[in-house]
Design a protein around this ligand. Structure first.
Ligand SMILES: [Zn+2]
Length: 365
């Protein structure tokens, strides 16, 4: 078998197209494959499908998957056809191995899209010796095709998460469907403008902002100077029927951070009691090993500590989420709020009453 026929088979080239030349150059580190159409060939008209003959041609090149370590390129003269049917006119033929307007073959693009899931685009760019701009163009094209098909008509409960690439810089906001656990929309920025952009996109995909009943937001970021009111305000304006909630994950995270600070500060005062106790306080009680449980018990009963109190507040806050009814949750949350608003009593007094704060608070519940 001739190399031309072999490459034609490997590439899935079918008439009227055929591989007419294969040039391999070790020096220039590349493989060049020329594809051409047979003389007098006809192509289906891109408008009506009727067989039409070539009118004129343009030379084009596509980068293909590497041939082992060698870069591979396809070349072809792509015809415009003159359709015999009135109203069609002169039209560009679509080649079967590439997307219209792309400088890469479909197989190359498929590889790019597969690798892009796990690999940074600039790393891929180096690997393929192409600019990352060209790869982004491929990725954006397919993302647009996929997003155009999205249907947001049944979105009712959303989560909003803001994050910064660097601390305090370049914010991006993400909007999730909480029921489907799926990303709906992402945009630069962190204020009510992002909610506007989300709502516009939601409508574009058949969604209804008035149908949104809940919006969960990330509490810690809401307290960053200057945006405290922005996001809730945006939600109120753009999603009139949505109740705003601080999401559980960030709330518990914030509680853990506060507890961690209290514990770290106190560990300086009582190093013999609190040393190496960080994870005991952070872990959920049901995940503690028997030894860890024993150590934590010893800490919370040894002396009334602010750390112990903070730990109790954390457990009580988590318990709100295990409430079996809305009423029970409200009661638990009110109790939690009342207790967390109280100041810690001075150490000596606590020691005298003979009980750790944990015991006291558990009794109160
Ligand atoms: Zn036609």
């Amino acid at each position: 078998m001739q190399p031309e026929a072999l490459f034609g088979m490997a590439l899935g080239i079918v008439p009227p197209w055929e591989v007419t030349a294969v040039i391999f150059s070790k020096e220039s580190n590349r493989l060049d494959i020329t594809i051409d159409f047979q003389r007098g060939a006809t192509f289906p008209c891109p408008v009506c499908g009727a067989p039409a003959s070539a009118y004129d041609t343009t030379e084009k090149t596509w980068q293909h998957l590497n041939f082992f370590q060698y870069e591979a390129y396809l070349h072809a003269r792509v015809p415009r056809v003159n359709c015999p049917n009135e109203g069609c006119g002169v039209k560009q033929v679509q080649v079967p191995w590439a997307r219209a307007g792309s400088g890469f073959t479909l197989l190359f693009e498929a590889l790019v899209m597969t690798m892009a899931r796990d690999m940074p685009v600039n790393v891929m760019a180096r690997l393929f010796s192409v600019t990352d701009t060209r790869l982004w163009r491929v990725i954006n094209a397919y993302v647009e095709i996929a997003r155009a098909k999205e249907d947001f008509s049944d979105v009712k409960r959303i989560g909003v998460d803001e994050t910064s690439v660097k601390k305090g810089h370049d914010y991006v906001s993400f909007f999730f469907d909480l029921d489907k656990k799926k990303l709906l929309f992402g945009t630069e920025g962190k204020d009510n403008e992002t909610v506007k952009a989300f709502v516009a996109d939601l409508k574009k995909h058949g969604g209804d902002p008035e149908q949104i009943t809940d919006a969960a937001i990330d509490m810690s970021k809401a307290f960053i100077k200057g945006i405290k009111e922005q996001l809730p305000k945006g939600i109120k304006e753009q999603l009139p029927n949505a109740a705003t909630t601080f999401d559980r994950f960030h709330l518990i995270k914030l509680m853990n951070e506060t507890m961690g600070k209290i514990r770290a500060d106190e560990a300086r005062l009582f190093p013999e009691i609190l040393k190496k106790s960080r994870y005991l306080f952070l872990k959920n009680p049901e995940n503690l090993t028997p030894e860890e449980e024993q150590r934590l018990d010893a800490i919370v009963t040894s002396q009334s500590l602010k750390s112990t109190e903070a730990y109790t507040h954390k457990l009580n806050l988590q318990n709100v989420y295990f409430a079996e009814s809305r009423q029970e949750a409200e009661t638990l949350l009110k109790q939690w709020h009342k207790k967390t608003s109280k100041r810690h009593r001075p150490y000596p007094e606590d020691v005298q009453d003979g009980k750790g704060s944990l015991g006291r608070h558990l009794e109160l519940l």
